[in-house]
Design a protein around this ligand. Sequence first.
Ligand code: FES
Length: 106
Amino acid sequence: MTKITYITHEDKSYTVEVQNGLTVMEGAVQNDIPGIDADCGGGMACATCHVYVEEKWLDKIPKAEEAEVDMIDMAYEPKKNSRLSCQLIVSDELEGLTVTTPAQQS
Ligand code: FES
């Protein structure tokens, strides 16, 4: 289990334990955390699991593949720290990861 913190655009913070091997998106859905819709269920086809990754984590998580980058372009207000949370696999290395959800999902 790994602690992940989700912060909404309204600055509400949720810290939960997520089972390793699940995605950051699945951790949010399983814990009823608002702000991540995940309409396609993790198939990288919707961009409604878009999150902003806290800057200090950007070097510690695997880089986004081209298909993810293309999909992020369709997300609501993408930034340079944007990721699709369905592509972030939870592991011990992500202990303490903090992501913020955008004001809306596209
Ligand atoms: S859940 Fe659809 S792209 Fe992540």
